[in-house]
Structure formats: structure tokens, C-alpha cells
Design a protein around this ligand. Structure first.
Ligand code: SF4
Length: 334
């Protein structure tokens, strides 16, 4: 468990959104979606990236599967750096690192049957040659994701499946090529509440069976706690807290994590929850506040918070937080 499967080092993605005219001294404007983020995912681990929409978590997923190119930083996986792979090398890499998308309604091609959908990556990566081989591999993948009896599903089109069944097909497609790492981007958020737990349990079973590490991206701390071994909380392009799931839930150190926890029924359902007085909306990633980027909303901000950006540091073993007052005894009064 301790060995690292993937190491993300100072990963950064700035999107250029406006270019001033150079002759007038105009400067480009950037949206800083991911700003020098460092963390790792251990072998057999499910690591959750949690945060509000716009915090940069999905961009990190896209950078890992190289749907986006990083501005700078490293994604160290196996023997190489994903961040610097050239087009040619990307093909074999894509087999090893698979992504499950949020929307099972748009991630499947409506014109392909389940058989064709799951067989397509096997054929593209030359993992099967004959139709019989393809069918055998597809059947195994469908069994793995609980779409049984296989004969009942294999010739269906996406519109003949429920949302949960479609997401299972998407998982089977990712699994069929025997990946070594999976990025799951909000994989249950578009499903009915009644079927979410089943799909999450399926992913946990697959991790246990195949030992594949997952990066599980979600806005929902309750799902993160259910799924993940560790949780990284993101705010405005940075990780502000990172620890084991139970530790984050029972002993949050960052005011933003505390606010998220107060807003959702995670942990002890009998504990009275008084929402934290967080002010306003998440600021724009184009105009990031100085110092601690959370300070305009933080109920405990002091002068130092406007001037100095707190580092993400270990304040206790395996628990990191980016707040000047994260250390126990120094935290602000609630
Ligand atoms: Fe709040 Fe200051 Fe901590 Fe930032 S550093 S979270 S503003 S107390």
C-alpha cells in the first residue's frame, strides 16, 4: 500500500484566456486552473480529490490522462513522466491509464452496441485479433461489472440501458484493456441516488480484485469517504488539506474542509451541524487573492493571511494542511 503508483509534482495548468496587444504593452490573461499541485497515489489505493466546481480537480484528471497538456510540472508513472510524453508514446500509455467520465449518457457512442463499445479499445490496442477473442474478453469484462447474464446485455445499444447499466458499460470498457491506473471523474454524480452506492461498491470490488489504484474525483465528501483511502481537498487550484479519509472527516484542520463537512451529512449523523460562516462565492481563478487564497471567505483570516500564502505541510504524520493556524492549539476559535 505504501509504494507510490503515481507521483504528481508541482503540476500546473494555466489556460490563456485573453491576449493583450503586445505593441501596447498588453499582457496575456490566464485562468490558473491547477497551481503547483503535488501529491501521490499509492499502490492499490483510492485517492479522492474533493472540491467545489471550478477548483481544478477535473483538470488534474484530464492532465493525468493527457487530454490536456500541463503548463509545467511532472506526472511520474511507471518509468516515465506522462507530462512530457510525445504523441507516439501516448498510445501505449493510454492503455495503461484509463478514465471513467461523469456522464454515462454522453460518454458512450449511441450507435455502438455494448459488444462494440467494450471491444473497440481492445481492437485499437491490438489486444485481440479474432471476433471470438473479442467476444470472450468483452464477456469477461461485463461479468466483472455485474452485467449478467452477459447475453442479455451484449447486443444492446446505450438507449436500451439504464443510467447505472451505462456507467457499468463505461467501467467495463476501461477495465477491458487491463489498465494500471484509473481516473474516475464524478462517476456517480449523474446517477440516481438509489444506484450510486451499487456503482461505488463495484469500483471498490474491482480495486480489491485487481489492485488498480484509482483517482476518484468528486464534489461530494460523503462519496469520497465511502470510496477513498485518502482524501485531498482542493480550493482554487491548490490542495489545502490531505490525509486519510477518517482523519479528514474526524479531525479536519483547514477551515475550508470544516465548512464542507458542516454542509454535508458526513461522519456522525447525530452531531449537531452549525454551518460555518463562510462569506461569498469562490473567487475567480483569473484573479486569485493574495496570500492565502481562501482569506476573503475565511471566518478566521488575520492580517498575515492576506500577505503570506500558507504552505501545504505535514502538521502530523500523514496529515497535511495549508493554513497558518492548522497546528492543533493554534487553530482559530469556532
Ligand atoms: Fe483562513 Fe488564514 Fe488559514 Fe487561510 S491561512 S485558511 S485565511 S486562517
Amino acid at each position: 500500500m505504501e509504494e507510490v503508483a503515481m507521483k504528481i509534482v508541482e503540476l500546473t495548468k494555466y489556460f490563456e484566456i485573453g491576449r493583450g496587444l503586445k505593441i501596447f504593452g498588453g499582457k496575456s490573461t490566464y485562468l490558473k486552473a491547477v497551481d503547483h499541485v503535488t501529491f501521490n497515489v499509492r499502490n492499490r489505493e483510492i485517492m479522492a480529490l474533493v472540491g467545489e466546481s471550478g477548483c481544478g480537480k477535473t483538470t488534474i484528471g484530464f492532465l493525468i490522462v493527457r487530454l490536456e497538456d500541463p503548463t509545467s510540472g511532472h506526472i511520474l508513472f511507471e518509468q516515465g513522466d506522462i507530462a512530457t510524453l510525445k504523441k507516439k508514446e501516448l498510445k501505449s500509455f493510454r492503455r495503461n491509464v484509463q478514465m471513467i467520465f461523469q456522464d454515462p449518457y454522453s460518454s458512450l457512442n449511441p450507435r455502438l452496441t455494448v459488444m462494440q463499445t467494450v471491444a473497440e479499445p481492445l481492437i485499437n490496442h491490438k489486444m485481440v485479433v479474432t471476433a471470438d477473442e473479442a467476444r470472450e474478453n468483452v464477456a469477461m469484462a461485463l461479468e466483472d461489472v455485474g452485467l449478467v447474464p452477459v447475453d442479455e446485455y451484449i447486443e444492446r445499444f446505450p438507449h436500451e440501458l439504464s443510467g447505472g447499466e451505462r456507467q457499468r458499460v463505461a467501467i467495463a470498457r476501461a477495465l477491458a484493456v487491463r489498465p494500471k491506473f484509473i481516473v474516475a471523474d464524478e462517476p456517480v454524480s449523474m446517477l440516481d441516488v438509489s444506484i450510486r452506492a451499487g456503482v461505488m461498491r463495484l469500483m471498490l470490488d474491482l480495486r480489491d480484485k485487481y489492485g488498480i489504484p484509482f483517482l476518484f474525483i468528486t464534489h461530494d465528501l460523503a462519496s469520497a469517504r465511502f470510496m477513498a483511502d485518502r482524501i485531498a481537498v482542493m480550493y482554487l487550484g491548490k490542495i489545502v488539506e490531505l490525509a486519510g479519509s477518517d482523519e479528514v472527516i474526524s479531525n479536519p484542520r483547514h477551515p475550508y474542509t470544516k465548512a464542507l463537512l458542516r454542509a454535508v451529512p458526513v461522519g456522525d449523523p447525530n452531531r449537531e451541524r452549525v454551518p460555518l460562516p463562510i462569506k461569498g462565492e469562490i473567487p475567480s481563478a483569473i484573479d486569485i487573492p493574495t496570500g492565502c487564497r481562501f482569506h476573503p471567505r475565511c471566518p478566521w483570516a488575520e492580517d498575515i493571511c492576506k500577505q503570506a500564502e500558507p504552505e501545504l505541510k505535514e502538521y502530523r504524520e500523514d496529515h497535511l494542511a495549508a493554513c497558518h493556524f492548522a497546528v492543533e492549539g493554534k487553530e482559530r476559535v469556532e
